[in-house]
Design a protein around this ligand. Sequence first.
Ligand SMILES: NC(=O)C1=CN([C@@H]2O[C@H](COP(=O)(O)OP(=O)(O)OC[C@H]3O[C@@H](n4cnc5c(N)ncnc54)[C@H](O)[C@@H]3O)[C@@H](O)[C@H]2O)C=CC1
Ligand SMILES: CC(C)c1ccc(C(=O)O)c(O)c1O
Length: 253
Amino acid sequence: MKLQDSVIAITGGGQGLGRAMAEHLAAKGARLALIDLMPEKLEETAAACDKAGGDAKTYICNVAKEEDVEKTFAAIVADFGQLNGLVNNAGILRDGLLVKAKEGKVEKRMELSQWQAVIDVNLTGVFLCGREAATQMINNGNEGVIINIASIARAGNMGQSNYSAAKAGVSALVPVWAKELARYGIRCMGIAPGFIETEMTASMKPEALERMTASIPLKRMGKPEEIASAAAFIFENDYMSGRMLEVDGALRL
Ligand SMILES: NC(=O)C1=CN([C@@H]2O[C@H](COP(=O)(O)OP(=O)(O)OC[C@H]3O[C@@H](n4cnc5c(N)ncnc54)[C@H](O)[C@@H]3O)[C@@H](O)[C@H]2O)C=CC1
Ligand SMILES: CC(C)c1ccc(C(=O)O)c(O)c1O
């Protein structure tokens, strides 16, 4: 797929990896539909896309709410006249151990609300946006690409029952959608990033950061632009579908 003039929706486009992908794709001539909960952050990303030579519109939407998602994708096609891509990137963390015992007594457990919040955004949100994007692409006669952003934690990370389950789930959707949607000219791929330099990792204690970096075979964290260039590669390579790209410096959890 040519990125020039293609219309790509990015969830969680307000900051972090979503913003990096938006800027990178805008520099390649894509038109961006930026979806997030945070209006100010969205405007900052839109301004950065305009500066990079693209064209961006913003949409306030909670990806976990069916009505929001349906309205947003209908609005995107009404505004741009087409939809060629979706990056399912919005995600949250609510880490905690399943159970924690002290002196033989369980004193802490992962709350159901912690579990549900992450499943709602990171798994149900991906399902809803993928379904609506595919619906709009098919109804509008657009071929397209859907990219699900997973994580190295999909293999199972301590303290992340909720997050690991959601990321394993969105990885499983990749071959399902690749098989189901190929007949409509829609490809589906996933990216599983390792530790990437973001505001969150920048705020970690230097000792913790050092320990974590030492465990990565490439001895550094990834850069947001390295995830963005992986996304662009997927959009531009028409024979890629149904697989995960692991962008993690060779780390295994
Ligand atoms: N930063 C990292 O090292 C890694 C990140 N990832 C994944 O990459 C994706 C992006 O991560 P970051 O940029 O680091 O996160 P971030 O927290 O910086 O950005 C996430 C964005 O999603 C938005 N968002 C959250 N809930 C939403 C909802 N219900 N509806 C709409 N928007 C919502 C937030 O407002 C925010 O702008 C996530 O799916 C994350 O799980 C995966 C592996 C590593
Ligand atoms: C455990 C993985 C590498 C990880 C680390 C940090 C974030 C984040 O800050 O959002 C993630 O989403 C992760 O998947």
